[in-house]
Ligand binder design. Structure first.
Ligand code: GLA
Length: 534
């Protein structure tokens, strides 16, 4: 389904709650619904409608390393800059923002307001900074009366106006915690929050955070895109390897519940945190990739070692995580020390395989093709995703040696070719144009979308229903495509105009839908313009 989403759905969504609220500064004078089916029932996997998170979300959240206290706008901006300069953005990490960063409070009139002492540009200003960098904006709240630290208000009884406020701040991802929810029905609460996001009108990745409480894997695909399956992976500042492994094992059991747009989330990553060795970092990252877990880094990106960067940006491992089929791998054999993870066919017909050694001694493991869903008689190539070496053709299986705490992670294929799936990187997700002329003008602003995977993608298809002042054309240049946003100001009244553009694409090898691409277009018209609007 191709759509264009236009901000400002107060009347059309029929959400009475919003009528009492003053329109936000950035809203277009001409408001439209951008959820055409806002009243319809919730589909079983709603991401298949909004097209969001069809591969596991990738990004960074502050909680694991910082907790709430050191957070402020300066820190988040430094992290945003580090995401870019370290190469993490180019590797596919996109969602970034404060977790529980003491970033807003509730005013006497009930509205959420930025804590300007910590975030002087306002939460909208921070969002614009993130979008201009070609990243996506992640915010955090709680389903109860207060957040977990109690430093921020929760959404209870304010669901609709709070989700509206998050949309005005232009959040693309909202993590919603489950603290201070005594007496609340978990399914009803998260369903209301989903409906509130829908009514607020901005497509948003909904990350449920009940730590497995209420068995969200049984029902949350209808109302969210990912759900925490386990308790917190560590306390702020210090990784806990043994605890993380318990999380991985608990999450592994839920493999059947994950798929495109609905993921099991065993919590943010601890790669690169104090308490982790280089080997443990590699193994942790491999497990998260194999489990199709969200790859949300939790370390301090401003002071990473080269080894940490290499681990977090390993395109071959990320390719397994971001595979368009979206299958969560599982343990197919284990003896308490060595585990063999498989059951993860990839888009090109290859199989992802992981051998993990939790023992104290180096070990060898023979992996038979028959154990990993490959024809026992097939001659296969084996691509090691950490050494970047290919061996084969091999018949029947492969024997791997694995050091303590370490992994062997590889792809097995009948072809000596291991393509990477699409990894989408944008130079910006925000086009801002301003006009001061009273004669009609034509303006244009472009953004560039690049696939860091192996294939040239088909042309992105822009949704229908653009506002009269905007038209979008897409031009292809190899693996990059330019979205040219042409604006015609004829007949526009003074005011602020805003559209969210959606574009869709298909992964050419598997034919699977890719995550929909959304970006914002802002137009400021500083005086009434003559002429007929087209
Ligand atoms: C909970 C969540 C964490 C983090 C903190 C913030 O514990 O599980 O991921 O968001 O709250 O207080």
């Amino acid at each position: 389904m191709k759509k264009i989403w236009l901000i400002g759905a107060v009347a059309l969504c029929g959400v009475v709650t919003y009528k009492a609220l003053a329109p936000a500064r950035e809203l277009s004078p001409s408001s439209h619904s951008f959820f055409p089916n806002a009243q319809s029932s919730v589909p079983a996997v709603h991401a298949l409608d909004d097209g969001l998170a069809l591969t596991p979300p990738m990004g960074w959240y502050p909680w694991n390393i910082f907790g709430e206290e050191p957070q402020n706008e300066k820190l988040i901006r430094e992290i945003v800059d580090a995401l870019v300069s370290s190469g993490l953005k180019d590797a596919g990490y996109a969602f970034v923002g404060p977790d529980e960063g003491i970033c807003f409070y509730r005013q006497a009139d009930g509205r959420l307001t930025t804590n300007l002492e910590r975030y002087p540009s306002g939460l909208r200003g921070l969002g614009d900074y993130i979008h201009k960098t070609g990243l996506k904006y992640a915010l955090y709240t709680d389903a109860g009366t207060r957040t977990c630290s109690t430093a921020m208000p929760g959404t209870k009884d304010h669901e609709f106006e709070d989700m509206r406020q998050f949309a005005e701040w232009r959040a693309d991802y909202i993590k919603i915690d489950w603290c201070n929810t005594e007496g609340q029905d978990i399914v009803k609460t998260y369903t209301t929050l989903h409906e509130a996001q829908h009514a607020a009108g901005r497509p948003v990745v909904h990350s449920l955070c009940s730590w497995g409480e209420g068995y969200p894997w049984r029902w949350a695909a209808a109302v969210g895109h990912l759900w925490r399956t386990t308790a917190d992976i560590c306390g702020p500042g210090q990784a806990d390897w043994a605890r993380a492994m318990r999380m991985a094992w608990a999450n592994e059991e839920l493999a059947a519940f994950a798929g495109p747009g609905h993921w099991n989330d065993p919590d943010m990553m601890i790669v690169g945190m104090p308490g982790m060795s280089e080997t443990q970092d590699r193994s942790f990252f491999s497990l998260w990739c194999m489990m199709a877990a969200p790859l949300i880094a939790g370390n301090d990106l401003r002071s990473m070692s080269e080894a940490t960067i290499k681990t977090l940006t390993n395109a071959e491992a990320i390719g397994i995580n971001q595979d368009p089929l979206g299958i969560q791998g599982k343990i197919v054999w284990g003896d308490g020390t060595i585990s063999l993870w498989a059951g993860k066919p990839l888009f090109d017909g290859s199989q992802a395989v992981l051998v993990f050694n939790q023992g104290r001694h180096p070990a060898q493991k023979r992996v038979a093709w028959s154990e990993i869903g490959v024809d026992a008689t097939a001659a296969c190539y084996v691509r090691n995703v950490w050494t970047h070496e290919t061996s084969g053709p091999l018949i029947g299986g492969v024997t791997v040696s694995v050091a303590p705490d370490d992994v062997a992670m590889f792809r097995v294929s009948t072809k000596n070719d291991f393509p990477l799936p699409p990894i989408i990187v944008a130079d910006s997700y925000l086009v801002s144009l301003r006009t001061a002329d009273k004669a009609p003008q034509k303006l244009a602003g472009a953004i560039t979308i690049t696939n860091k995977g192996s294939a040239e993608l088909p042309l992105w298809k822009v949704g229908e229903g653009l506002p009269a002042w905007l038209s979008v054309t897409v031009k292809k240049n190899g693996k990059s495509q330019a979205f040219i946003n042409a604006i015609s100001t004829a007949g526009l009244k003074k005011g602020l105009y805003h559209a969210v553009v959606r574009a869709d694409n298909t992964e050419p090898v598997s034919g699977k839908s890719m995550s929909a691409l959304y970006y914002d277009v802002d137009l400021e018209v500083t005086r009434d313009v003559s002429g007929e609007s087209r």
